[in-house]
Structures are given as structure tokens and as C-alpha cells.
Design a protein around this ligand. Structure first.
Ligand code: CUA
Length: 154
């Protein structure tokens, strides 16, 4: 008699878990790479905008920045700073080909997770010239503490 109860409880748990995972995948700020619901992996990254990541002007004062976060660098950001002009609205698209990373612009309210195979989208206005540190705030392996970059608003 109790077996049925346990089976029901276990089923409920599983359904709840799937619901949570689905919400996590489709929740605000995180979207799949293509409209068909496909995901990207390290091998196919080059076929997307992330194959040549960087800054693209999309409007008079609007910019898109594609960033690849990988063990243990931001591309662009680490080897060379990301440069955007002041008085601009910048949308960052960030993805990871390996593990979960963080994408934080120190001193702004940009602080988000980067999930492998998915694209994190966040928009921020920059009114003044400034420099911001880019920080990975999710433990991602032995080099996590070295994973950092620079954003320069000119
Ligand atoms: Cu990437 Cu920590």
C-alpha cells in the first residue's frame, strides 16, 4: 500500500525536477542559440556569431558584443579589452564551449551565469567613459581565479 505512495512521490519529484531544469534552460536572460531549440557545442561554435566574437554596431548608439567564456579566458576581454563607446546601449551575448562560467562586470549590475551550449543575453547602458573588470564568478576549474578581462568604455 505504501509502495504506491512512494511511486507517486518519486514521480512527482521527477516531474518537478524536469520543470525546474526546463525553466532554467528557458528562463529570462538565457536563450537557446537557434530558434529550433538547438544547442551549440565547442565543435560548432565557429558556425555561429561566436566563431568571430567581438563588438558589432547595430544602431546609432547600440552595440552587440559576442563573448566566448572558456577555461580560462574571455574572448574578447582577456587577451585584448572589449571596447565600446560611451553613451551607448550594449547587449552582451555570452556562451561557453566547456563548463559553467560567470560573467560579471565589476561595478555594474551585470552579473550572470554562462551555461555551456546556451547563450546568456544581458543589456546595459554606458553613459560615461570608464573601465570595468570582467570577472568569472563561477568555479570553473584550476584556473578559475585567473579568469578575468577588461571592458573599456571610451
Ligand atoms: Cu570561468 Cu571561473
Amino acid at each position: 500500500r505504501y509502495e504506491k505512495l512512494w511511486t507517486a512521490a518519486a514521480l512527482l519529484l521527477i516531474v518537478g525536477l524536469i520543470a525546474t531544469v526546463t525553466y532554467g534552460a528557458l528562463g529570462p536572460g538565457v536563450k537557446m542559440v537557434d530558434d529550433s531549440g538547438g544547442t551549440i557545442d565547442a565543435g560548432s561554435l565557429g558556425d555561429t556569431e561566436f566563431g568571430d566574437p567581438g563588438v558589432t554596431q547595430v544602431g546609432e548608439d547600440q552595440y552587440e558584443v559576442h563573448v566566448v567564456a572558456r577555461q580560462f579566458l574571455f574572448q574578447p576581454g582577456t587577451a585584448e579589452p572589449i571596447r565600446v563607446p560611451a553613451n551607448s546601449e550594449v547587449t552582451f551575448y555570452v556562451t561557453s564551449p566547456d563548463v559553467v562560467h560567470g560573467f560579471e562586470l565589476a561595478g555594474t549590475n551585470v552579473n550572470t551565469m554562462v551555461i555551456p551550449g546556451q547563450v546568456t543575453e544581458v543589456t546595459v547602458r554606458f553613459d560615461e567613459p570608464a573601465q570595468y573588470g570582467i570577472v568569472c564568478h563561477e568555479y570553473c576549474g584550476a584556473g578559475h581565479h585567473t579568469m578575468a578581462g577588461q571592458l573599456v568604455v571610451v
